[in-house]
Design a protein around this ligand. Structure first.
Ligand SMILES: [Zn+2]
Length: 145
């Protein structure tokens, strides 16, 4: 993650009223590198905000996604939506067996971004690219059975 993220000003810029809960959810997602589901965030956030509801977490994540601050990655074979606070173009890899989602670097991502930037006429806000399959650990496990 990039240092010195100013969560408050990012939320304000996006027209979102800043509350301690929203700040906490957003910064938690920024820190998490494992592309959590709403429930995973809920379980973490409850440690600091015991009265928060899962619905509040969902609503906050949806609002952040609507304003383009985070990406909704869809499910990883587990029927749960995963979220990513990294909206810079990068590639996600989802394992449909253990439902982990990881980042992977590809030298082509920037190339592709530049190309789309210059040819599409779009003002781009971010990107999400998701590949899915079985991760190395899960492949080894199924081989040993
Ligand atoms: Zn796996």
């Amino acid at each position: 993650m990039k240092p010195n993220h100013d969560f408050t000003s990012k939320l304000k810029q996006a027209g979102i009223r800043v509350t301690p809960q929203r700040m906490a959810i957003y910064s938690l997602l920024m820190d998490y590198k494992n592309h959590p589901t709403a429930f995973m965030i809920y379980e973490q956030i409850r440690e600091n905000f015991p009265s928060i509801s899962l619905m509040t977490v969902y609503n906050t994540l949806n609002m952040l996604a609507d304003r383009g601050l985070i990406n909704v990655l869809g499910h990883a074979g587990d029927d749960s939506v995963h979220y990513d606070a990294d909206i810079e173009p990068h590639v996600n890899l989802a394992c449909i067996s253990c439902h982990n989602i990881v980042d992977i670097n590809s030298k082509y991502v920037n190339q592709m971004t530049n190309e789309i930037n210059s040819t599409s006429g779009y003002q781009l806000f971010g990107a999400r690219v998701l590949f899915y399959g079985n991760c190395p650990a899960c492949q080894n496990q199924s081989r040993s059975h």
